[in-house]
Design a protein around this ligand. Structure first.
Ligand SMILES: N[C@@H](CCC(=O)N[C@@H](CS)C(=O)NCC(=O)O)C(=O)O
Length: 211
């Protein structure tokens, strides 16, 4: 298998964490997503993934799987140990709710292409973009904190084993802290992320900071 990724990418970090938890190694290829690097993505990488986004996983059967959640669920079926999509129906639904709340409602508003568009079309400066990012992170993480406060009953987001909920929460919460948000306002998230940070699969595969 071959994983197209970028070191600063939060969505790529999710797949790297899942691979590490499962002890799987794959060939990797870095794809530029910022500045001039992003130009190679436009031409070459879009021929591979028309969305032009990372992560994307090329399977041994030659199928390109896009979207981090689809990739992680594919890996979970390929090698179920340790299971990342919980077995119990209700826990599975809650884990997917958290993963989707991050992927679809928070992260979708933050990647470089959004900032580029806001700058090119609305002349947003760096401060406005940072505030835009903080706004969607604050709103989204506050909703997830409430969800965790209502349903959490173990060490991690769902029970006592890391799941897709944690895999999506960890990189996003690191991004929020880097943007100056104080995680103390979300005690459950802070507790879960602190525990996750002690696990090598998470600590070693966090998204790199932008230079
Ligand atoms: N929903 C997608 C998000 C993919 C995504 O937005 N990836 C970012 C990096 S974190 C990217 O490739 N961005 C390029 C850009 O925004 O120009 C997933 O979960 O895989």
């Amino acid at each position: 298998m071959k994983l197209y990724l970028n070191g600063i990418s939060s969505a790529s970090s999710r797949v790297r964490i899942a691979l590490a938890l499962k002890g799987l190694t794959v060939e990797t290829q870095s794809v530029g997503i910022l500045g001039e690097d992003a130009e190679s993505r436009q031409s070459d990488f879009r021929a591979i993934n028309p969305q032009g986004l990372v992560p994307a996983l090329l399977t041994d059967d030659g199928v390109l799987i896009t979207q981090s959640l689809a990739i992680i669920e594919y890996l979970d079926e390929l090698q179920p140990e340790p299971l990342l999509v919980p077995k119990l129906q209700c826990e599975r639904a809650l884990a997917r709710s958290i993963a989707m709340a991050i992927a679809a409602e928070i992260h979708a508003l933050l990647p470089p292409r959004i900032a580029l568009y806001l700058t090119a079309t609305f002349q947003a400066d760096a401060n406005s973009i940072a505030e835009w990012n903080r706004h969607w992170l604050r709103e989204g993480l506050t909703a997830i904190e409430k969800l965790l406060a209502d349903h959490r009953h173990g060490a991690f987001s769902i029970g006592n084993e890391p799941s897709i909920a944690d895999i999506f929460l960890f990189p996003q919460s690191i991004g929020a802290t880097r943007l100056g948000l104080d995680p103390a306002g979300w005690p459950n998230i802070l507790d879960v992320v602190t525990r996750l940070g002690t696990l090598p699969a998470f600590a070693e595969n966090a998204p790199a900071a932008r230079k």
